[in-house]
Design a protein around this ligand. Structure first.
Ligand SMILES: Nc1ncnc2c1ncn2[C@@H]1O[C@H](COP(=O)(O)OP(=O)(O)OP(=O)(O)O)[C@@H](O)[C@H]1O
Ligand SMILES: [Mg+2]
Length: 361
């Protein structure tokens, strides 16, 4: 079987689909592309993330649109690398989460893997999270298993922080099994606030946040959220950290919009650093990936609070914007070779499991 596997990640930020073509024989990413979502697709996915009218019909229709975008991104990486589809062993496609309900035992990632296989002629692996939940796990985060494979050091105590819509932390302590969990909002609240007040999908480099002043009263109120003190394993999503959650805490507030943004950025930085401190005392290095790594204001706050070396994953060989997509190419490769993964120390699942359903080419 070929060692070429494509990974496609589309996360809670709803910014678009990232696709990467990886040659696992040389462990190299050969091509990468991002397909941004249109404003209209983003708002439909956002709407489907909550209960609404005629959801099944709308979910079916949007899944077809997603498969077309994912197929375009596959064509994009194949063209960039000058590789034919029949040379590729699989596509690992995460899909778009619209519900994540570990307490109810289900998680839903919209996509149409059959159509993606049909459009590309490549075997698709999809629905990576459900089997972990079926085995008693949270179904998330899954990336720590991959971080363990690529970022672990024999001597240094490391944490890997992925700052997407939600932030998740992976703990890599020599001699101990990997652990990891969602630690709170990454960009999701800052993006929401920027879209309302700036009319932009995100606060570029955190410049707007840096023009504001931290409100300690608001920060204390935000940090009062019980999720932050729940012991791992734990996972979260837009079900908790959404416009309503923020609105309730801002009710009657006279804090200026830029001060709110400054405080939301501080919330993301503090909750990440607290999680790292709690689970990886004397951590030697915090490796940051995900879109949040591009927010220089956030990176400066992380460096100031962490009191240890903070780097971006690029210095360890994987560009920060590609890590999650590369992870799903690796999960797909493992699914095809029936490689079970032990995620018990991360998600709480009871036994090793093969993640993902296979849709043959
Ligand atoms: N230059 C930048 N300045 C500030 N924020 C940025 C910048 N570039 C990207 N971002 C942030 O990163 C987000 C996208 O990150 P990413 O794609 O890692 O998240 P995601 O799609 O939610 O993925 P996942 O859920 O897998 O972690 C954007 O919504 C934005 O908030
Ligand atoms: Mg994204």
């Amino acid at each position: 079987m070929s060692d070429l596997h494509i990974g496609i990640m589309s996360g809670t930020s709803l910014d678009g689909a990232d696709a990467v073509l990886v040659d696992w024989s040389s462990r190299r990413s050969i091509a990468f592309t991002t397909r941004p979502y249109s404003a209209d697709l983003k708002s439909e996915l956002l709407a489907l993330s909550q209960s609404g009218q005629n959801e099944i019909e709308r979910a079916g229709a949007v899944s077809i649109r997603l498969a077309e975008i994912y197929a375009e991104s596959v064509r994009g990486v194949l063209d960039l690398a000058n590789i034919r589809s029949d040379q590729v062993a699989s596509i690992g496609c995460h899909g778009q989460t619209v519900r994540h309900r570990p307490e109810a035992g289900f998680t839903v990632q919209l996509q149409n893997p059959s159509l993606l296989a049909e459009l590309t002629g490549i075997t698709v692996v999809a629905d990576f999270r459900s089997r972990d939940m079926a085995a008693g796990g949270q179904g998330a985060p899954l990336a720590p298993a991959f971080h363990d494979g690529v970022f672990r050091d024999k001597v240094a105590r490391r944490s890997v922080v992925n700052i997407g819509g939600i932030s998740n932390v992976t703990i890599l302590i020599p001699g101990s099994p990997v652990s990891g969990f969602d630690c709170g909002p990454g960009n999701v609240l800052m993006d929401h606030w920027a879209s309302i007040h700036l009319g932009k999908p995100f606060d570029e480099d955190g410049l707007w946040a840096s023009s504001g002043t931290l409100s300690t009263d608001l920060l204390d109120l935000l940090l009062d959220e019980p999720f932050f003190t729940v012991a791992p394993p734990k996972s979260t999503g837009r079900e908790l950290f959404n416009a309503e959650w923020l609105g309730q805490r801002l009710d009657g507030s006279t804090i200026s919009p830029q001060d709110v943004q400054a405080t939301l950025l501080e919330l993301t930085a503090r909750t990440i650093v607290s999680a790292v401190r709690a689970e990886c005392p004397d951590c030697d290095e915090v490796i940051v990936c995900g879109g949040g790594a591009r927010n220089q204001t956030l990176m400066r706050r992380l460096a100031a609070l962490a009191a240890t070396r903070v780097s971006v994953s690029d210095v360890h060989g994987i560009p920060s914007g590609q890590v999650e997509a590369v992870a799903f190419s690796w999960f797909a490769k493992n699914a095809l070779s029936r490689q079970a993964m032990s995620l018990g120390s991360v998600t709480g699942s009871r036994h090793p499991i093969i993640l993902g359903g296979i849709y043959p080419a």
